[in-house]
Each structure stands twice: as C-alpha cells, then as structure tokens.
Design a protein around this ligand. Structure first.
Ligand code: PMP
Length: 368
C-alpha cells in the first residue's frame, strides 16, 4: 500500500505550502494588509447591498460580473489616466486567483515560467501547481542590489524563451518599483510569453513611479494585475483584477470555474466603489508611516531598502530568525521572507510604527 506522499504528484513532493503565520498578536505587520478598518460609509453600503442580493442567493450570480468590471474599469481609468474598458478587465477571488487563471490559460505542463528572485512567493507556487517548470531568474549580478536590470532580465528571457514571465512592481518583498524599460525589454525578448506585471502595491508608489498600464496599448501579451487587498483595505473580501487586451481577457473564460465571483463578493465590491475616496483615504497615511518606518530603521543603524509599497524590507540583522522571534515575544509580528539578515515589516498606523521601532531598539540593544 502506498503512503499519501507517494500518491502526491511527483512535482509537488517536498515543496512547502504558502504559510504566513496567522497569530493573534497586538501588532500584526506581516502580511501587508491595511491596518485601518473599512470606513463606516462603506460598511453601511455593504450592509445595504448585501441585504439587496440576499433574497436572490438561490440563483447563481452574474457569471460575467459586469457591474464589477465596469466599476474597476472606471477606477483604473480615473486614477491612472490610462483608459481601460470593462472588456479589458478580469477579476477573481484575490489577485492570486487572477494569476492562477493566467497560468492555467497560458502556462501549464511542459511549459516554462520565469521570475526574478526575490519576488512574490506565490508566482512559483502557482506555476508549479499547474505543472510548469519554474526558472528563478536573477535581478542583478550583485545579490545586495534588488533593482532589476533591463539588460540582465532581457538576456535571461531570451535564453529561457518562457511561456509566462512574472515581473512585480513595486516588488514584494523588496518594495522596489520597476523601470518601464525593464517591462519593454522583457516583452521584446520573450516573444512567446505572456508578460505579467504584478502591481498589487501600485497605489503606494511614490510620485513619478510609472505603471505598466501605460504600456498596454499595442502589447497584446502584456497583463497588469492589481488587487483590492492592500490600498482598498479589503483583504478579507478577496477581490483581485487585471487589465489587458480584451481578447486575452476573454480567453480566461476557458479556465475560470462557472460563477467564480459570488453574488456577495460582487455586491461588496460595488459598495466599495460608491465611496472610493473614503476607501483610499488611508493610503497617504500609510505612505507616511512607511517613510517614518524607513527613517526610524535607518536611525537604528539598520539598512532599509527604499520602498514604493506599504512595507519595508530591512537588512542588518546578524540572525534574522532570532530577531523575528524576539519581536514576536514583544507582541510584534513581522515577516521572515528567507533573505539572509533581512526582515519585512508592513507599514501600519503611526502607533504600530512606533511599537515596532521601540521593540526593535530593545532587541538590538539586548545582547544575545
Ligand atoms: N501579488 C503580490 C505581489 C502580493 O504581495 C500579494 C499578497 N501578498 C498578492 C499578489 C495577492 O494578493 P490577493 O490575492 O489578496 O489579491
């Protein structure tokens, strides 16, 4: 008789599942959520809209989630200045599911995905989960430099000739934004690939940081994914989306499960867009906390990486695992992302920023 490990697909054996700890701590700064609750105006709109759909939950929801797509297209167009139609928008349960749809449609077994490490850990997990070969590309020749070089990225893309390329801007876990010439160079160098630019943190970018949305016209293989989990303080709703060529978007219907966005999810999403301004009001405050966090970490003699996201990667820990544990003992949960001597800290409220800096000062000054 075989054990379950023997029954598991060979390409999944020995791999770890995604697993950020979900611990009940006073200061949770480990998953880049918004620390701010959903505003009252939106809570009221959610209750009203969910009340309206509740009696009709005996029926399947709108399979085309038309109202959600309209709302997202309007939001993207008005906030970025890049005109996007509803038929260029796709949405799913978190941008993770959007990424999975892309890999299901354009990746799969016997195909290759390329990413530039360190980056979002779900890119390889989703790709391998669909049977793809994953290639860990290099961001730069110097491992201490987290920016991606256009030349190096393009030469790796040319060599691998992948079916899917993942870029991430601002990048998780480094916080660094991509220059658009990297996207352009990779697009040209990988002519058989769908080029995915994961912009989950785009709303937190500093002024002047360009979005890959500006590159969409004329590039039918380019996809920009975004989410409501971060800037919209909506991680619990599970709503991610993408903007791309309308034909590409349409092809994703081949792989989605029927009615994948529930009527409740659609109602809650539309409620948020009744009050977009209230939903995004905290973004500036979070950017302020991020900048204060960078300054505070610097003042502690640590080495924060300049960030365009709602988190900061910081180096300078002789033993990052021990520091992670010592912070947890002080009620502060941050993220060990597997980069030696570094930890990743989400920018929360000003109080949380103070709490993590105070705890770090104590930990650093306490001899091991
Ligand atoms: N992309 C990146 C870069 C992320 O960091 C995350 C969440 N941590 C996601 C996508 C997925 O977010 P969600 O599924 O909540 O939209």
């Amino acid at each position: 008789m075989s054990g379950l490990q023997d029954l598991l697909r060979e390409d999944l054996r020995g791999h770890e599942p995604y697993g950020a700890p979900q611990l009940d701590v006073p200061v949770a700064l480990n998953t880049n959520e918004s620390s701010y609750e959903v505003p009252r105006t939106v809570v009221d709109a959610i209750v009203r809209r969910v009340g309206e759909v509740a009696p009709t939950l005996n029926r399947y929801p709108d399979r085309e989630f038309a109202a959600v797509r309209e709302a997202l297209a309007g939001y993207v167009t008005s906030t970025t200045g890049c005109a996007v139609d509803a038929d260029q928008i796709w949405a799913a349960n978190g941008s993770n599911e959007v990424l999975q749809h892309l890999v299901q449609a354009f990746g799969g077994a016997e195909r290759t995905a390329l990413g530039f490490t360190p980056s979002y850990s779900m890119h390889p997990l989703i790709s391998r989960g669909m049977g793809m070969t994953w290639i860990d590309g290099m961001r730069s020749c110097d491992p201490a430099v987290f920016d991606v070089s256009a030349q190096l990225a393009a030469s790796q893309a040319r060599e691998v000739d992948p079916h899917v390329v993942f870029l991430c801007s601002p990048n998780n876990p480094t916080g660094t934004a991509l220059a658009l010439d990297v996207v352009e160079a990779v697009y040209e160098a990988a002519p058989h690939a769908i080029i995915v630019v994961d912009e989950a943190y785009a709303e937190f970018a500093r002024p002047g940081t360009p979005s890959a949305l500006t590159l969409l016209p004329g590039r039918e293989r380019l996809v920009v994914t975004r989410t409501m989990s971060k800037a919209f303080a909506f991680a619990g709703v599970r709503l991610g989306y993408l903007a791309a060529d309308a034909e590409l978007t349409s092809l994703l219907r081949l792989v989605r499960l029927p009615y994948h966005l529930s009527a409740v999810t659609q109602a809650v999403t539309c409620a948020a867009f009744e009050h977009t301004g209230d939903m995004l009001a905290m973004v500036e405050a979070i950017k302020g906390s991020r900048d204060a966090l960078v300054a505070g970490l610097d003042a502690l003699g640590l080495t924060p990486v300049p960030s365009d996201a709602n988190f900061v990667l910081v180096g300078g820990f002789p033993d990052e695992r021990a520091t992670w544990q010592a912070l947890l003992e002080r009620g502060v949960l941050v993220r060990d992302v597997g980069i030696p001597h570094h930890l990743r800290i989400t920018a929360g409220t000003p109080e949380e920023t103070q709490a993590v800096l105070t705890a770090l000062r104590e930990v650093i000054s306490t001899p091991a």
